[in-house]
Design a protein around this ligand. Structure first.
Ligand SMILES: CC(C)(COP(=O)(O)OP(=O)(O)OC[C@H]1O[C@@H](n2cnc3c(N)ncnc32)[C@H](O)[C@@H]1OP(=O)(O)O)[C@@H](O)C(=O)NCCC(=O)NCCSC(=O)c1cc(O)c2ccccc2c1O
Length: 344
């Protein structure tokens, strides 16, 4: 009789995983002592769940979990980064941008936001990069929002500069960036830092993560993405609770509210995040690009529509039909679109 107990199913899953190991497309070589494909833990374990026994699992398999080797990156466009650490994974399409002000719980000042923007721009333009991680230095905070010591009546101001709220531009930049941005959150994600994780496409949280808005307690509010996206994520009632009461929430509470994608032990935070990156990187970049703009389109209004429409134009430029128009113009002749079908 077939063994359908959990233990029996685990053994089956392990055997199937071993087979899948041989069928999976090649991945970067794992380091000594690490297997490239591990049996998915029975009873879930993320990454699509279930037992590795169907053709989908056999073909797509598990992603490798060997550590990433990071090398420092630079956009080459300005002074050396001080408030941000910018890195790219060697041989993999992953960029990591780390807010580097741990002594202030990674609060951002205008300079921090300018450096973040430069790093995001570089990662966007680098065609070898497919996923970007945003995180904070250390385990105490992802980001605690705007640096209150630099807040003036005009916004946040670096010494000898005018005040500004330039984090709003950064939020838009992350929304419009045609590659997934993953917030990797350990410790506090508070105020403007909480909003940064919300505008990212995915959030992987450590079990020590704490989420919340403080605005109404510190004389501030974000009535833009900070309100509208939150309402989309957690629902209008919970969003009102988060803003009106300005309480803090644990990682597990945030998980239940739909604020994050997964909560993992802090020691596994980067490993899990990299696993998600590698899973995404196996998939079609164009499909992901169009999906990101589609998922944002309604909420982002005309700007969202423009992003999605830009993807359509980009795809059209790659077709014979699109090229005929340009070629005809360059050859000073009337374009011949007669051979292109009017599909139903
Ligand atoms: C995040 C905390 C809950 C952590 O508490 P903990 O007890 O662990 O640590 P300390 O409080 O002792 O902090 C250590 C050290 O860091 C300094 N620090 C922490 N956060 C900030 C900050 N945001 N600005 C400046 N300095 C900060 C702290 O003073 C300590 O320094 P010492 O010298 O004393 O050692 C807790 O730190 C905390 O509650 N932080 C403040 C959180 C907060 O209120 N953030 C601001 C929200 S408003 C905002 O972010 C914001 C920004 C924008 O750009 C906007 C733009 C447009 C609209 C709205 C915006 C907006 O609301």
């Amino acid at each position: 009789m077939a063994d359908t107990s959990d233990k029996g199913m685990c053994a089956v899953a392990r055997r199937v995983a071993a087979v899948a190991n041989h069928l999976s497309p090649p991945d970067p070589a794992p380091k000594a002592g690490q297997s490239s494909v591990s049996a998915r833990p029975c009873g879930g374990g993320g990454g699509g769940g279930g037992y590795m026994k169907d053709s989908y699992q056999r073909i797509h398999g598990e992603v490798p979990d060997h550590p990433v080797v990071w090398r420092t990156a630079d956009d080459g466009s300005g002074p050396e980064f001080t408030d941000v650490i910018y890195e790219k994974a060697v041989g993999e399409g992953i960029a990591k941008i780390t807010i580097n002000r741990p002594e202030r719980r990674n609060a951002f000042r205008p300079k921090t936001v300018k450096e973040l923007s430069r790093a995001f721009n570089d990662a966007r333009d680098d065609v070898s990069i497919g996923v970007i991680i945003l995180t904070g230095k250390g385990t105490k905070a992802f980001c605690s929002g705007g640096d209150q010591a630099l807040r003036t009546k005009d916004g946040y101001a670096d010494p000898d500069d005018v005040g500004r709220l330039n984090v709003l531009d950064l939020q838009v930049q992350i929304r419009r960036l045609p590659k997934p941005v993953i917030a990797m959150v350990a410790g506090y994600a508070i105020g403007g830092g909480h909003i940064l994780h919300m505008v990212c496409d995915l959030t992987i949280a450590a079990d020590n993560a704490i989420f919340g808005q403080t605005g109404p307690k510190v004389g501030s509010f974000d009535a833009g993405y900070g309100s509208s996206i939150m309402s989309r994520l957690v629902g209008p009632k919970k969003a009102r609770e988060m803003w009106f009461l300005a309480r803090f929430y644990t990682a597990s509470e945030a998980d239940k509210m739909g604020l994050v994608n997964i909560v993992v032990p802090i020691e596994n935070l980067e490993q899990e995040t990299i696993k998600w990156c590698r899973e995404i990187l196996r998939n079609s970049p164009t499909a992901i690009r169009v999906l990101k703009s589609a998922l944002n389109a309604v909420d982002d209004g005309h700007a969202g529509l423009q992003e999605l429409a830009g993807d359509a134009t980009l795809l059209f430029y790659g077709t014979e039909e699109g090229n005929e128009g340009k070629t005809a113009y360059m050859q000073k002749r009337r374009p011949d679109f007669s051979k292109f079908p009017r599909l139903p």
